[in-house]
Design a protein around this ligand. Structure first.
Ligand code: ZN
Length: 341
């Protein structure tokens, strides 16, 4: 039986935040908001279990955005004076906070939702954190003056939180590094090292998610410029294969990634994206099983985990729920097919 997991985010219910938005506004404040976040987390734990997933996440219900959720708990970052910055090599503009002083964690970042997740499912749990290179690309630096140095400063703080998450009972800690597909040379030269620094000392499973982004227009427009074959992974996977990171999450279905690039991850668990997050159309279990079969040409079955291409945050709740079911049913079908041979 293949393991099944989501990349990370799930849509927020309409009573928690604005829907179908990547940077939604919360609908409550203070203690009411804190409770609403956990209520939404519980709802998605149940939905993932009902769908049949084997690894459960919190759906990132407690953070507004996958990078800024972490930054809000760091001293040395000025959130009061955000500036507009082109991110992911100017693919889109975002209002980002500024690094203005040496970085230091104010305390725990995700203790509440990680412990809540652990308390409400007996299945294995995965928790996501932004990766150092991607964080560096999502803040304005007014202090360090060097991307690599800044990445290692963030990596140290990520490591503190990751070790604490492990102590909370998290089974898989995943770092999200969409920027690895944009700054391939930096990723191979020092991005993977910074990632290893963030994962230092962890004995739970460690993972990295590298994608071509959410299914928003700026990303789908960008993907059209990448040509017939997307070979970005080719420049980063060899460094990851040599690294201490256990699992790699990548895009497969409807991407132009040549599937043979997965062979570069020899020895790693591969979370294969079998669910498209850029289309409202729900995959059939057959389609999911076919995608798994294609990946099995390059990934040994004991190393294959069926996953979504990226987060489902900006989608509608109904579509996301249907996609979770398709993911689990397709993975079950794929293992039945293997058993039949
Ligand atoms: Zn992603």
């Amino acid at each position: 039986m293949f393991d099944t997991a989501i990349a990370g985010s799930l849509p927020k219910p309409a009573w928690l935040a604005e829907t179908e938005k990547l940077w939604p506004q919360w609908k409550a404040q203070g203690a009411e908001l804190a409770q609403a976040k956990l209520d939404a987390t519980l709802l998605w734990i149940k939905a993932q279990e009902d769908a049949g997933l084997s690894v459960i996440g919190d759906g990132e219900q407690s953070r507004q955005h996958f990078v800024h959720g972490f930054l809000e708990q760091i001293e040395g970052i000025d959130f009061e004076h955000k500036v507009e910055m082109g991110i992911r090599n100017d693919r889109y503009k975002a209002m980002v906070p500024q690094v203005v002083a040496p970085l230091k964690l104010k305390g725990r970042v995700h203790a509440a939702e990680a412990r809540f997740l652990r308390a409400h499912t007996t299945r294995r749990i995965k928790f996501t954190l932004p990766g150092p290179l991607t964080i560096v690309d999502t803040v304005a630096d007014r202090y360090y003056g060097d991307r690599r140095q800044l990445a290692f400063a963030f990596a140290e703080l990520l490591n503190q939180e990751a070790l604490a998450l492990q102590a909370d009972g998290v089974d898989v800690i995943q770092f999200d590094e969409p920027a690895f597909n944009v700054y391939m040379a930096d990723a191979a030269e020092w991005g993977v090292q910074a990632l290893e620094r963030a994962a230092q000392g962890l004995s739970c499973k460690t993972a990295v998610h590298i994608c071509y982004g959410y299914g928003i227009k700026a990303n789908t427009d960008w993907k059209r410029t990448l040509g017939q074959e997307w070979r970005q992974y080719e420049q980063v996977f060899p460094a990851l294969a040599r690294s201490s990171i256990d699992q790699v999450s990548l895009e497969c279905l409807h991407s132009h990634v040549p599937p043979e690039l997965m062979a570069l991850l020899k020895g790693k668990d591969v979370m294969v994206g079998v669910i498209d997050v850029a289309s409202e159309e729900v995959e059939t279990p057959e389609e999911v099983a076919d995608t798994i079969a294609r990946a099995l040409q390059f990934v040994p079955r004991e190393h294959l985990i069926a996953c979504t291409n990226c987060g489902l945050a900006p989608m509608s709740r109904a579509v996301a729920e249907a996609k979770l079911a398709a993911l689990a049913q397709g993975a079950a079908l794929a293992s039945q097919r293997l058993a039949g041979h």
